[in-house]
Design a protein around this ligand. Structure first.
Ligand SMILES: Nc1ncnc2c1ncn2[C@@H]1O[C@H](COP(=O)(O)OP(=O)(O)OP(=O)(O)O)[C@@H](O)[C@H]1O
Length: 244
């Protein structure tokens, strides 16, 4: 992908979305996932998306991450218009600039933690060493364990290491603590916060858990396919101060 001259200019937000609409089906059976979402996400922020089931959180994240496309509207990543990209450019965007973490860790059971991360670093343009990624998420001493020898929280941290090892500009996390108890969930959130803070990676985290909003720079409250409220938190807390 050619880099436009004005790429990396500090005055561009990480993302800008204009009037994003996504619907499925037609006529009477049409279902709206997004209804005219406008959004700007400054670089390097930790953003939390809250909202009831079906409010459009995953749809919005998937569109920003190039996994899905809107029915109408535009998305800009830095100075690039993602909605004008063809499939080849979108694939390249996802591969080089975006890391995803989902509720279920999707690790390969027959590979160690280090090998799971190395699968990504082997095909990335500018990766960090798998060992460094695992150290960043606090798994320096568990690198040669297989997923079955790791707890749920540790497996999720391997998934985070795998997502950040290619040094993406953005980390998208869809319910990263959804399958974890609160103590383990907080350790996982600490790993995400550390990546955001130390690598400057913009992070967007979907959760049903309103307590997690306290660690965000910005909180998007979604309802019925729209951002109903956006809060800016001038004093985000450290994840270890969270409780639920
Ligand atoms: N492929 C699809 N086909 C039809 N409708 C869909 C599809 N994907 C999502 N939807 C609908 O779009 C709406 C928004 O879904 P989305 O998954 O974005 O919500 P969400 O807020 O992430 O929900 P959850 O918290 O349950 O994951 C829902 O009504 C959903 O049923």
């Amino acid at each position: 992908m050619e880099t436009p001259i004005n790429m990396n200019r500090d005055d561009h937000p990480a993302f800008r979305a204009e009037q994003l609409t996504k619907f499925y089906g037609s006529g009477e059976s049409r279902v709206y996932a997004l209804r005219g979402v406008d959004l700007e996400v400054p670089r390097g922020e930790m953003v939390v998306l809250l909202g009831p089931s079906g409010s459009g959180k995953s749809t919005l994240l998937n569109i920003l991450g190039g996994l899905d496309s809107p029915t109408e509207g535009r998305v800009y990543f830095d100075s690039w218009e993602l909605t004008a990209f063809d499939d080849w450019h979108l694939t390249k965007f996802r591969r080089e600039y975006v890391g995803f973490v989902f509720q279920f860790y999707n690790l390969i059971p027959s590979l160690t933690a280090r090998e799971n991360v190395a699968l990504v670093t082997e095909i990335a343009e500018n990766p960090m060493a798998p060992e460094r990624a695992l150290e960043l998420v606090g798994l320096g001493k568990r690198m040669d364990h297989f997923p079955a020898q790791l707890s749920g929280g540790e497996q999720q941290r391997v998934a985070i290491a795998r997502a950040i090892a290619k040094q993406p500009r953005v980390l998208f996390c869809d319910e990263p603590t959804g399958a974890l108890d609160s103590k383990t969930g907080i350790v996982v959130l600490e790993a995400i916060a550390r990546v955001n803070r130390e690598l400057g990676t913009t992070a967007m985290v979907i959760t049903h858990n309103a307590a997690i909003a306290a660690m965000a720079d910005r909180v998007l409250h979604m309802a019925d396919g729209q951002i109903q409220q956006m809060e800016v938190n001038s004093h985000p807390c450290d994840p270890h101060e969270l409780s639920w």
